[in-house]
Design a protein around this ligand. Structure first.
Ligand code: XMP
Length: 317
């Protein structure tokens, strides 16, 4: 029978054998898969694993700092790279969702390639590919697949010529979580909801500006921390907020306002392929809506998405 302890023991031994004294580069996303892959490789080769964690300016509020901190606590050799401005300039004026995804994928490759050149003589690229990614090879999900589907002409970047090491390739998501917990990875990482690679860029409908990102980060933060405070977070498969490209009329004191609308979305799902909207308690929704409208300047209306997938998708873009 499969057990996480046995898996860890044999995988670490195999990795040690396979990699020897070589250096490995790995891109961390803050998600479960890349974190668990990194910890396994770290157990096998320690400081010869060079992790890179890129701030694309599209993460949740405080996420980059918090997650980088956890990675360092875990003993990982990790470099945090602030590339916010590069992503924002590549996104400026883009409104088409696929164009936004492509721009993000392209900048990520540039930044990652540049950073990987700082590691002299690396031989391997570590990846958090899991079994469903392998069978669903046409999927656009996940950092490695994003890299492949978004890479344009001009030859492969150097890091893509490295040999690939994928210690989670045979595992399903729940097994990855078990392995992660057994490795002692914090529950804030293991129990985390899925978050799309393009981040908040596909939750801001229309063009991206740093100002819109800041508004959405505040809204999302109120929603997610309320889910955590009330114990609802773990019952939800994925949750987030969308910044809509419309303004609506409101009233504040004697004045009419004309401000932004946000949509909240929370779903239950097994694998993201189908999903039901969560029947969150009305009192909870009322509290979150009040807090958002009272605290986030520029937002005067909150709506809740009650569509299931299919035919709606989880993200709005
Ligand atoms: P949809 O919106 O297609 O989302 O129902 C299903 C799951 O995939 C995530 N998602 C993405 N993940 N890059 C990613 O890494 C993407 O471009 C992307 N688009 C959607 C979404 O958050 C959900 O978990």
């Amino acid at each position: 029978d499969w057990t996480p302890d046995q898996f860890i023991e044999s995988t670490v031994a195999e990795l040690r054998e396979q990699i020897g004294d070589d250096k490995v580069i790995l891109g961390l996303s803050g998600g479960v898969d890349s974190s668990v892959a990194a910890m396994l490789i770290h157990q096998a080769i320690g400081k010869n694993l060079y992790c890179i964690f890129v701030d694309n300016g599209l993460l949740r509020k405080n996420e980059f700092e918090d997650v980088l901190h956890s990675y360092k606590d875990m003993g990982l050799n990790v470099k945090g790279v602030d590339a916010k401005d590069q992503f924002y300039s590549a996104l400026a004026g883009l409104t088409d969702p696929e164009a936004k995804r492509k721009a993000i994928g392209r900048v990520f490759i540039e930044v990652f390639d540049q950073e990987s050149h700082q590691v002299e003589d690396a031989k391997w690229l570590g990846q958090g590919t899991i079994y469903p990614d392998v069978i669903e090879s046409v999927s656009v999900k996940g950092p490695s697949a994003t890299i492949k589907s978004h890479h344009n002409v001009g030859g492969l970047p150097d890091f893509m010529k490295l040999k690939v090491v994928e210690p989670l390739k045979t595992l399903f998501k729940d097994e990855v979580r078990l392995v992660g917990r057994t490795l002692g990875i914090a529950d804030t990482i293991i129990g985390r909801h899925p978050f799309p690679g393009p981040g908040l860029a596909i939750r801001i409908l229309g063009d991206i500006t740093p100002e819109k990102v800041a508004i959405l980060q505040e809204v999302d933060h109120i929603f997610i921390s309320s889910l955590k405070k009330t114990g609802l977070y773990d019952q939800v498969w994925q949750a987030g907020a969308m910044l809509l490209p419309i303004q609506s009329v409101g009233v504040m004191g004697d004045e009419r306002t004309y401000e932004r609308v946000v949509a909240l979305r929370a779903v239950t799902s097994v694998d993201g392929m189908t999903a039901d909207w969560c029947h969150l308690p009305y009192e909870f929704l009322a509290d979150v809506s009040n807090e958002i409208i009272n605290k986030v300047r520029g937002v005067n209306r909150v709506v809740y998405d009650i569509s299931s997938k299919p035919p709606a998708t989880i993200e709005w873009e």
